[in-house]
Design a protein around this ligand. Structure first.
Ligand code: PLP
Length: 383
């Protein structure tokens, strides 16, 4: 047997290595940023407003959007706007980026972790139903990899209990559920523009808020609790009556965002094409199960292509021997000590089933269809 590959660190991207992720920065984004650097506004200024408006139009059926410094900021802001208070309970998936759940620790909120559906790695609606009780004040769902969750089912639970749904759509910009854009469905939807997401502003995020009455508050909370318009008038009209923070986006970042929206369709088409080549190549190969594939009623945003395999570590090594990176990307949150108060003694049988089997394959705009075929060929040669 071959010796295990010890070095699993990041690969160089300067040869024929196929790396996991690569940021997508267009020429247009570069010139837009240069233009901003010559203006009066480099922090939060007019470009942020323009970015919000064009994002709303493109992805959120014109619902109001609030641009912030990161997806994590957008989540934290949504939890505040949803009125969550210390001692409240929320239901959130056990499998997600830690950013989904970390703000709850700051807010003194009790997390009821829900298991996932092992075919999609999205939140398991049955478990959500079991966890519901009168102390639960919000349901958070994550569209893993870009596949929308069971929104109708979640919405009917939320309606029954009169609580909001908060979508973590960090993976799902451009996804659709039953014809509706993710971003136009629930009370709150959060997007991330972190370096390797579909749209990047270096770091950044967007919160789409259905209830227009919350927008003024959202803008104040984004800026310490201060009414910026009153402040910019240069007069004292600025008592702070609610605790805000500094969540705002800069015009430098917004300029990148505006440029990225202009070429989003092209990026999305390529990502979906690569996803489809993976899916076509690996469908029917019985050692590989594809996560979240082949749904008729929803459109996958193709952020991650994830497979379930036995002997995952050996496959990772084999890919690595062939100059291909692979990774798990996210880990079940009950493995992190910071969540111990909410996880001890809890069972997540669906997560257990695939914990040692899921693997994410490279998918980004520096790849072409032949790169995907090369990855699939290595996989189909066995491991
Ligand atoms: C990237 C990501 C976040 C956090 O977004 P940031 O912009 O990095 O703060 C949250 N949730 C999920 C599922 C993510 O993938």
């Amino acid at each position: 047997m071959k010796k295990p590959v010890k070095d699993m660190s990041l690969m160089q991207d300067d040869s024929d290595n196929i790396v996991m992720f690569y940021p997508h920065v267009s020429k247009l984004a570069k010139t837009s940023v240069m233009e901003v650097l010559d203006t009066r506004w480099i922090g939060q200024g007019p470009k942020v407003k323009l970015f919000e408006n064009s994002f709303s139009k493109k992805f959120a059926s014109n619902l109001p959007s609030i641009a912030v410094g990161s997806g994590t900021d957008a989540l934290h802001l949504s939890y505040i706007l949803a009125g969550l208070k210390p001692g409240d309970e929320v239901i959130a998936p056990v499998f997600t980026c830690t950013a989904t759940n970390i703000p709850f620790l700051y807010m003194g909120i009790k997390i009821l972790f829900a298991d996932i559906d092992s075919n999609t790695m999205n939140i398991d609606v049955k478990h959500v139903n079991q966890l519901m009780n009168k102390n639960v004040k919000a349901i958070i769902c994550v569209h893993y990899g870009g596949l929308p969750c069971e929104m109708d089912e979640l919405q009917s639970i939320a309606d029954e209990w009169g609580i909001p749904i908060i979508e973590d759509a960090a993976h799902a910009v451009g996804a659709k559920y039953k014809g509706l854009s993710v971003g136009s469905i629930s009370d709150f939807t959060m997007f991330s523009f972190q370096a390797i997401k579909h749209i990047t502003t270096g770091d950044g995020g967007m919160l789409v808020v259905k209830n227009k009455d919350l927008i003024d508050k959202a803008e104040r909370i984004r800026w310490f609790g201060i009414d910026r318009k009153a402040k910019q008038a240069g007069i004292w009209e600025n008592d702070i009556t609610e605790i805000g923070y500094k969540y705002q986006m800069t015009d430098i970042a917004a300029a990148m965002g505006i440029a990225s929206i202009k070429e989003f369709d092209e990026v999305s088409r390529l990502r979906k094409k690569l996803f489809k080549v993976y899916s076509d190549e690996l469908t029917g190969y019985d050692r590989v199960k594809i996560v979240g594939n082949d749904f008729e009623d929803r459109e996958h945003a193709a952020w991650l292509f994830t497979i379930i395999v036995d002997d995952r570590f050996r496959l990772q090594e084999k890919l690595r021997e062939n100059k291909i990176e692979s990774n798990q990307v996210h880990f079940r949150n009950d493995r992190y000590s910071i969540f111990n108060d909410f996880t001890s003694g809890k069972a997540f049988p669906n997560m257990d089933k695939i914990e040692d089997k899921y693997l994410v394959l490279p998918l980004h705009t520096m790849m072409n269809e032949d790169d995907v075929r090369r990855v699939c060929k290595v996989i189909k040669s066995g491991w």
